[in-house]
Design a protein around this ligand. Structure first.
Ligand SMILES: *Cc1c(COP(=O)(O)O)cnc(C)c1O
Length: 370
């Protein structure tokens, strides 16, 4: 069987190092916000060429805390509208709601699956105060166009980088002068994953960083002195230790993903299948390799019969989720035809840095025979 994502195989090479790290943490006897977290925050900030990095509990909290941070700074207030792609993992939208802000959904481009900047301005009202860009499936959203709109309308730009670790490395596009912040998840299946939950925020904004270091820790920097109404969302010391071991390999892992993507793009030749758009630059880290087909269920079944595991990201568009049916939102009646089409047709092929050449050969061969 070719698994969609073999996490055990991904983490196997680190087994001895992980065990030594556990031993080290045990010997140190310091389990919360210790040396490993501090080391990781420094290393990841440097990796992203950001001034600040704030380790948090998970990717969802990273997003929520960014919005809460801007609220504390008076740059956002409850009820402000945030532009967000209609085609995203639901966490992006839930985080906006969790911070008492109003998500305003915008259709994607069919080719890239990412938010279509041409459709943003028509959704901007006097209450719009931010844009949450999502680099879906690992492909950078059109940040130049997004930043231009943000600058024109004085909007904050926040990025959901939960699927795109490494993609914005060495790119200055994302830090406009209105200040911005990026949210990352280290959920095990992400391009940089730990052995449990983890997340982080990067930013160049000193004021925001200061608030965030406090908000993640009950709103307190000095023990038992609480400045803000914070939450408990700290990057775990042990997980940070594991991430310190994995971060140095992120770029080469992403390169392996791109090599597999190049082969899929060049060698899958089947007119029933639409391949994803990529300009072959480093603006894609292929968290997922997502194809489209009108016969998705049939193709998935056929691949399963041939022992190839695939996953649908995602089967139900956020606006059609039962969670958003309530009267106050009433999103179930909204129509986002491109988002709906994507959700009906997408299928994610096996993709990971440990997928072997012969496995890729086999996937290509079987798909071409469909
Ligand atoms: C995984 C993911 C999140 C949430 O990350 P968690 O660590 O699971 O909370 C947010 N946004 C996107 C796009 C994701 O893929």
């Amino acid at each position: 069987m070719i698994p969609f994502l073999d996490l055990k195989k991904i983490n196997e090479p680190y087994e001895t190092a992980f065990q030594e790290k556990l031993k080290l943490v045990l010997e140190n006897g310091w389990y919360i916000l210790g040396k490993e977290v501090e080391t990781f925050e420094k290393a990841f900030a440097q990796y992203c060429e950001s001034k600040y990095c704030i380790g948090v509990g998970n990717g969802f909290d990273a997003l929520v805390l960014i919005f809460k941070g801007y609220i504390e700074l008076g740059r956002l207030k409850k009820g402000d509208e945030v532009i967000v792609p209609a085609n995203t993992y639901i966490a992006s939208i839930l985080a906006i709601l969790q911070a008492d802000l109003i998500p305003v959904l915008v259709e994607p481009r069919l080719e890239t699956y990412n938010i279509n900047p041409d459709l943003i301005e028509e959704k901007i009202t006097s209450r719009t105060k931010a844009i949450l860009a999502v680099h879906l499936y690992g492909q950078l959203a059109e940040m130049e166009a997004i930043n231009e709109i943000a600058e024109k309308h004085h909007l904050i730009v926040v990025e959901d980088c939960a699927q795109s670790h490494g993609v914005i490395n060495n790119q200055q596009l994302t830090n406009n002068n209105l200040s911005s912040a990026q949210a990352y998840s280290f959920y095990p299946g992400k391009n940089l994953g730990c052995l449990g939950d983890g997340g982080t925020i990067t930013t160049n904004d000193e004021a925001l960083a200061e608030v965030l270091f406090s908000l993640r820790n009950y709103g307190s920097e000095k023990k038992y002195h609480n400045e803000y109404i914070g939450i408990n969302s700290r990057l775990d010391e042990l997980q940070a230790g594991f991430l310190n071991l994995k971060l140095p390999n992120l770029d080469s892992d992403n390169e392996k993903r791109r090599t597999i993507a190049k082969r899929y793009l060049a060698e899958i030749k089947n007119n029933k299948i639409i391949l994803p758009f990529w300009d072959f630059s480093s603006n894609h880290v292929f968290h997922l390799f997502v194809i489209r087909t009108e016969n998705r269920e049939k193709l998935q079944e056929y691949l399963a019969q041939n022992k190839i595991q695939t996953v649908i990201h995602y089967p139900i568009p956020p606006h059609q989720q039962k969670a958003f049916s309530s009267e106050s939102l009433g999103w179930n009646n909204l129509s986002f035809p491109i988002t709906e089409k994507i959700h009906k047709e997408v299928l994610s092929l096996p993709m990971s840095p440990v997928l072997t050449e012969s496995e890729v050969d086999y996937v290509i061969k079987i798909i071409n025979e469909f």
